[in-house]
Design a protein around this ligand. Structure first.
Ligand code: 6PG
Length: 482
């Protein structure tokens, strides 16, 4: 048995795992043990990065033996079956008090299940959302751990040492118990989908309504990145647009097939939000837009369907570009407002004490949705931790008040031009829905009561009512609600 010498281990040496292991090894005081199912890969990583001083384990047992107690191991393998397989192997060789961390993009309900099962053995199980892609894993991701308070005592300092730093603070916090970390990471990805779709719609409008070239649009995004839209996704959008295809010399974006892929976290966000009854319409439209793009047979069948013969006329190009910027900002605020709504409802449902301001704080650096305006979200929840609707907080109310006219003008131009802008339009529809004095939901209630005696409530009296619709229209207090 080899002597225990590592304070942390990583299982899974694909790109994310090896980069995270290198990040850990680069921080003072850490010695990192690594293990991979095919051991050659772990040895290759260690050979390629001698500076990391990795301890390579060839078996799960020697991996466990190489770790100081309490042992801490981070699993970085594919979500689903492979994660379960590694957890089972680790449970075999770990002891009560040791900590298993799943750093993959696990479905939070799987994390809840795994945490409960592993807890039976006395071993801690922590589902930790890790965002930032390959580069973040290597240089500093945003980390969203769940699990017990107790495990966070050991884990917190290690994770803080490798996390991204925003304004002097590491982008990690104990999000909540069991699956809370993966839940929040899932919502992060949902917001990421919405943000990306909104940016894509803005690009489409700038290109096809304003008639800008790809290079000009790249410049617009670079300019926008200096203001309230400043964010990683806006920054990389400019870079993506500037990239030329080596084969054709065309903008690369023009030779990339327009069929967006996905690994499933956006779908999970929407499915979960539907279950919680939270309208995450911007995120849902982003998921659906990827689905529409990825159906070549349907798109081919629809090419002859009619649309406007030309795009809407733009009188003042600069003014339109500014309108698009404002529409993007307002819609982005809605995406975050809806995402935080899902966090509030998820926390209620699963009994998590999630500090929304802390979540925004740890998203300021390292992660894909990192953005300047996350500070404003932290401030909004600091001013009112029980804020029911983010977009109604003073700063955001002010922002959408300024943007509202532009937002409507952009949605109208898109519709007139036949350019799909589902995320812009649905964000605006949500905004108008949530701010309405009175909604046609009253009519829906009437219809439900008509065909199904589902009952309704009144604005002027307490109680539950049902109308004899075809009879004398008397209202009665319903005894049984269907
Ligand atoms: C992150 C990313 C990361 C990954 C997504 C991409 O936070 O680092 O969100 O988790 O890039 O899974 O998701 P899609 O493939 O579904 O777009």
């Amino acid at each position: 048995m080899s002597e225990a010498q590592a304070n942390i281990g990583v299982v899974g040496m694909a790109v994310m795992g090896s980069n995270l292991a290198r990040n850990l090894a680069s921080r003072e005081g850490n010695t990192v043990a690594i293990f991979n199912r095919s051991t050659e890969k772990a040895h290759a990583v260690a050979e390629a990065h001698p500076e990391a001083g990795f301890i390579v384990a060839d078996t799960m047992q020697s991996f466990a033996d190489s770790l100081a107690k309490p042992r801490t191991a981070i699993i970085m393998v594919k979500a689903g079956g492979p994660t379960d397989a590694v957890i089972n192997q680790l449970v075999e060789v770990f002891e009560p008090g040791d900590i298993i961390v799943d750093g993959g993009n696990a479905l939070f309900t799987d994390t809840i299940r795994r945490e409960a099962a592993v807890r039976e053995t006395g071993i801690h199980f922590v589902g930790a959302g890790i965002s930032g892609g390959e580069e973040g894993a290597l240089n500093g991701p945003s980390i969203m751990p769940g699990g017990t308070e107790e495990s966070y005592k050991t884990l917190g300092p290690i994770l803080s040492s490798i996390a991204a730093v925003a304004e002097g603070e590491p982008c990690v916090t104990h999000v909540g118990t069991d699956g809370a970390g993966h839940f929040v990471k899932m919502i992060h990805n949902g917001i990421e989908y919405a943000d990306m779709q909104l940016i894509a719609e803005a690009y489409d409008l700038l290109r096809n309504v304003a008639g800008l070239s790809v290079e000009e649009i790249a410049d617009v995004f670079t300019e926008w990145n200096k203001g309230e839209l400043e964010s990683y996704l806006i920054e990389i959008t400019a870079e993506v647009l500037r990239q030329k295809d080596a084969d054709t010399g065309k903008p690369l974006v023009d030779v990339i097939l327009d069929a967006a892929g996905s690994k499933g976290t956006g779908v999970w966000t929407v499915q979960t939000a539907l279950g919680l009854g939270v309208p995450v319409s911007g995120i849902a439209e982003a998921v659906f837009a990827r689905a529409v793009s990825s159906k070549p047979a349907q798109r081919a069948a629809a090419t002859d369907l009619p649309g406007p013969s030309s795009v809407a006329a733009i009188e003042d190009k600069a003014a339109f570009i500014e309108d698009v910027r404002q529409a993007l900002y307002a819609s982005k605020i809605i995406a975050y407002s809806q995402g935080f709504d899902a966090i509030i409802e998820g926390a209620k449902e699963y009994n998590w004490d999630i500090k929304k301001g802390e979540v925004a704080r740890i998203w300021r650096a390292g992660c894909i949705i990192r953005a300047q305006f996350l500070n404003r979200i932290t401030e909004a929840y600091a001013a009112d931790p029980d804020l029911v609707l983010l977009v109604a907080a003073p700063y955001f109310k002010d922002a959408v008040t300024k943007a509202e006219g532009a937002w409507r003008r952009v949605a109208i131009k898109a519709i007139e031009s036949g350019i799909p802008s589902p995320a812009f339009s649905s964000s605006l529809a949500y905004y108008d829905g949530v701010r309405a004095d009175r909604l046609p939901a009253a009519l829906v209630q009437g219809q439900r009561d008509f065909f199904g005696a589902h009952t309704y409530k009144r604005i002027d009296k307490e109680g539950t009512f049902h109308t004899q619709w075809s009879g004398d229209r008397t209202e009665i207090t319903a005894e049984d609600t269907h």
